[in-house]
Design a protein around this ligand. Structure first.
Ligand code: COA
Length: 166
């Protein structure tokens, strides 16, 4: 079911469709966005292994009205926790609300699957991602010094509690 996501009064309303990836057919588009977004991108083999890990590993894509994939989010549901592994929007599509629509849908799905909290790691300098996460209820819970390579950088560990259940 398509969901509407706008940026506020007076601005155009865009339509995003966020869906669970059900086949490896979407993988080329996901890998293009992965490579354009990260300095240490996950490989095709890594994603194929994730698709095999059913019941734990999930991947959602956000599409435009024409069905084109604009971005993706892969995550694990481990007991009552949602672990967000990757989230990216194609560079030319950023800043229009697709990332927000995608992450909101993923958080909803996590709650439906029984997750009570969500966590992820983000580069300390990634202000765009940090703002998005903070707007959706995440806050910094810790730091992993020098966690990232290429370039070396600290990871901030973010957590979000399921506010509906406290
Ligand atoms: C982080 C990312 C997924 C956000 O997706 P997006 O579609 O651009 O996000 P949205 O348009 O929904 O914007 C959501 C919020 O993010 C923040 N944001 C987005 N782009 C920003 C920028 N260039 N600078 C600062 N804040 C920014 C803003 O708070 C924005 O909300 P606002 O416009 O109402 O202020 C996208 O920038 C991306 O793919 N980055 C590269 C990959 C990455 O860093 N992934 C996260 C790894 S942990």
């Amino acid at each position: 079911m398509p969901n509407l996501s706008g940026k506020g009064a007076g601005e155009p309303v865009a339509m995003w469709d966020v869906q669970l990836v059900s086949s490896a057919g979407d993988l080329d588009a996901i890998l293009d966005i992965e490579h354009a977004s990260f300095t240490n991108p996950w490989t095709r083999e890594m994603y194929l292994a994730e698709f095999e890990n059913q019941g734990v590993s999930y991947c959602f894509v956000v599409r435009d009205a024409a069905g084109r994939i604009l971005g993706f989010c892969s995550f694990w549901r481990v007991l009552d926790e949602l672990h967000i592994n990757n989230l990216a929007i194609a560079p030319e599509e950023r800043g229009r609300g697709a990332g927000t629509a995608l992450l909101q849908r993923v958080l909803q799905e996590g709650e439906r699957l029984g997750a009570r909290r969500a966590t992820l790691e983000v580069r300390a300098s990634n202000l765009a991602a940090l703002r998005l996460y903070e707007r959706l209820g995440f806050s910094v819970g810790g730091v992993r010094p020098g966690y990232y390579t290429n370039p070396i950088e600290d990871a901030l560990i973010l957590w979000r509690e399921d506010r509906a259940r406290g």
